[in-house]
Design a protein around this ligand. Sequence first.
Ligand code: ADP
Ligand code: ZN
Length: 438
Amino acid sequence: MEKKHLIYNPEMECIDREKLKAIQGQRLRETVKLTYENVPLFRKRMDEKGVKPEDIKSVDDIVLLPFTEKTDLRDEFPFGLLAAPKSEIVRIQGSSGTTGKPIVSGYTENDVEVWTEMVARSLAGAGCGKDDIVQVCYGYGLFTGGLGAHQGATRLGAMVIPMSSGNTQRQIMMMKELGSTILCCTPSYATYLGETIRDMGLDPKKDLKLKAGVFGAEPWTEEMRKRIEELLDIDACDIYGLTEIAGPGVAFECLEKKGMHVNEDHVIPEIIDPVTEKQLPYETPGELVFTTITKTGMPMIRYRTHDICTLYVDKCECGRTLVRMGRITGRTDDMIVIRGVNVFPSQIESVLVKTNGVAPHYVLVVDRVNSTDTLEVKVELTEDMFSDTVAHIEEVKNYIAGEIKSVVGVQAKISLVPPKSLPRSEGKAKRVIDNRKL
Ligand code: ADP
Ligand code: ZN
């Protein structure tokens, strides 16, 4: 069946790429000038490199600019990187602190507007319009998920249910009674909601009106997408963002589900080699770097996300010309090195989601015993499997160990735990416990 694509701002989302480049160049020059004049750290870095704002003539000159790191946001906490006077800041949002100390970002009225438009585009990408009922179960607060989705849905004229996270029974009751059509939450919570809905004996086809979900804030896999789509009978679209750049909506998937369109008229994405820091061409995996080109509160120049992915520029059937970023396959700070082998939770997840008898609720526990790294994969059995024979359970265990060995190249201890025994997260799932650092 032909997919119906809703596009919020076709003029920008389907722009000719040469025209886009010219707009990016102009906006980049303005952002560099603004940041150079107002942010001492950036001016110092530029001076050290011997680069002046006038040296930036087109978007290709972006490679001349210094990088910004998360540590810079911590060192300059809370207001050191503002390019606008504090009186112009109308909002503070903060990182959920997945990795270490929290950081905050200041938004001017313009920045809230830019962010809202990016989320509106994202929700429209999943088919959301004025007639939709959007249930937001991302947390509201400093975390950008809740307010971000809320603002974007409001911009589209949709009806918003600002549930925030938690209280699964109540979420499901509201979903059913109000007839929510669009669900916004993390993919791990969507899985949990889906399983609970099934456990309650509800049939999403008959009892619910959901048609699509916009899921992000944490890495997930294609296998996880299939599972969520089956559990909830919806189209599950990916959305990406980070507090430092704006929040969710920096990039989003259309219903083609072939990677997330980056809102390139607001941010310039680059992929770099994380070691040499050299820019890499499209279709080469590497670390994602963003430069904001419309923000005025806390512009970010070449911000290193430490997220690993690939950019694609080939045509998308939806008509958008914006480049697409593939799934985040890992976060350099999430990567665990086990006996010299790089392991990403997403690799293990792809094995678990494909295995019959286990649910994709898992934790990786890393330790060091007699100077050797050990990896334990704790994963929940399904209810059916839990009451199965010991021999059969043993078989599942061996199967998982074998698959992990062949996909990741590491021997892991598999611990099959009872259904629903691992902690559930209403926000981002915590997948790795590394006891070596303690
Ligand atoms: P943090 O998680 O660092 O505390 P944020 O709440 O700002 O801070 O989250 C941003 C990070 O979340 C991104 O850098 C990325 O690692 C992760 N993330 C967000 N959306 C996605 C997504 N769709 N897929 C994978 N990872 C994502
Ligand atoms: Zn598309």
